[in-house]
Design a binder for this molecule. Structure first.
Ligand SMILES: *Cc1c(COP(=O)(O)O)cnc(C)c1O
Length: 412
């Protein structure tokens, strides 16, 4: 046993989530450090999807909209997410993708804020957030975007023209956490609405939207919430805005009475108006099942394990691989860091591919970021230690320096 694996064994012995890993399907020979991008499948999810297909769809057919409560899934699934983000019952609607939900939230925020017309967006945010804001601005006369670095430009950029501020709570690349309460307070003082993207936060770090007095939030459910590929996203709006807010994609499932087949749109009460068209039932069923296991999770213990794991990884990589010159781009302070860790290295792409070939799956964000995610529900310290040893071997032997690892990849 190496020193590193001995340290990992000691940490695993104290892991309150040691049993939880068995609730997930773990492929043989894989150390999965990408749960921040696509979470592992809870075993119960496969059974639930099979049930939805074989019993509810095949047998129940259209009767299942009422009989299997399909019609309520966008809000009942939201009830399971609410406690994870400091939201109250009835405040979270689930459906569409994060990208689409960003569009709805920004548009609703602009409507609430007329005559203010500026959207502040984070220059280094996950690209879809900026693209969607850009698309929305193109489509709404008079609306303009200003791109900022929140750590440098806030609160100075919050002027009287700014309608809304779109930020990622945890940065997808570096994992730095923004101070949601302080930024929301500064925005509120300047009359600006905050729109928080919680994609890399939910299920990984503490989030309390009410305590932070945020205005809007959206987030992804296929990352730490393990909802499955393309699982529907969630939207939250502070109830102070519910009565006045409009969402632009006013579909029939967000109507007050979808089956009244009224000629004119009349929004449902509260967050249900954020639902657009027919909900994605197979995806919602999978997500609903994956979320059930969160009811038993001690979240403080989970966040503590996340910080312990990222700290263990940073220390181990610096100790074992420091001589290769990897540059830590994540905050060193674990409290300021989400549940992933990134190191920059010029040939990071080929390194990640050589690692994947050896069963260690992380990902790469161009131009040089090697990203490793630590989902505390199913990952052990022993796996983290083993991953670092394999990384050291790949760097030491230059196994990454092969044409197959350098070829362009469609998905990184
Ligand atoms: C993962 C992620 C998304 C995903 O958007 P999709 O519409 O699901 O593709 C958006 N924003 C951020 C910050 C993310 O991390």
């Amino acid at each position: 046993m190496t020193l590193l694996s001995a340290r990992a064994a000691a940490l695993d012995a104290d892991d309150p989530f040691a049993e939880t890993a068995a609730l997930f399907h773990k492929p043989d020979g894989v150390i999965y450090l990408d749960g921040n991008s696509l979470g592992m499948m809870p075993r119960a999810t496969a059974e639930r999807v099979a049930h939805t297909v074989h019993a509810e769809w095949s047998e129940g057919l259209i009767r299942s909209w009422a009989g299997a409560c399909w019609i309520h899934l966008p809000m009942t699934v939201g009830e399971r997410i609410a406690p994870l983000i400091g939201a109250r019952p009835g405040e979270v609607a689930v459906g569409d993708s994060t990208s689409v939900d960003i569009f709805k939230a920004l548009s609703a925020a602009l409507d609430l804020q007329a005559p203010r017309t500026v959207l502040l967006v984070e220059d280094a945010n996950f690209p879809t957030d900026g693209y969607i804001a850009e698309g929305l601005a193109r489509h709404r006369p008079g609306v303009t975007l200003r791109r900022i670095d929140p750590e440098r430009d806030l609160p100075a950029s919050l002027d009287d023209d700014v309608a809304a501020l779109l930020l990622s709570h945890v940065d997808y690349r570096t994992a730095r956490i923004l101070d949601m309460a302080a930024i929301s307070a500064a925005a509120r003082a300047a009359g600006v609405l905050t729109v928080w993207d919680l994609s890399h936060s939910t299920g990984a770090v503490p989030v309390d939207l009410h305590a932070a007095d945020a205005d809007f939030a959206i987030g992804c459910t296929y990352k730490y919430l393990n909802g499955g590929p393309g699982a529907p996203a969630f939207s939250w709006v502070h109830p102070r805005h519910h009565a006045r807010m409009h969402q632009p994609l006013a579909g029939w499932f967000g109507h007050a009475a979808p089956f009244a087949f009224d000629r004119l749109y009349r929004p449902a009460e509260g967050m249900r108006r954020f639902v657009c068209g027919t909900p994605q039932i197979l995806s919602l069923a999978a997500l609903d099942e994956s979320l059930k296991l969160w009811a038993d999770v001690d979240r403080d213990a989970l966040f503590a394990k996340s910080r312990a794991m990222t700290a263990f990884f940073v220390e181990a990589v610096e100790e074992r691989c420091g001589r290769f010159g990897l540059a830590l781009v994540s905050p060193r302070d674990p409290v300021r860091r989400g549940s992933h860790v990134s190191f920059d290295w010029p040939d990071g792409g080929p390194v990640m591919r050589a690692l994947a070939e050896r069963g260690v799956i992380g990902d790469f964000r161009a131009p040089a970021t090697m990203r490793f995610g630590f989902a505390p529900l199913y990952l052990s310290f022993a796996e983290v230690a083993r991953a670092v040893e394999i990384l050291e071997a790949v760097l030491e032997t230059r196994a990454w320096d092969a044409p197959a690892h350098r070829a362009p990849a469609e998905v990184t």
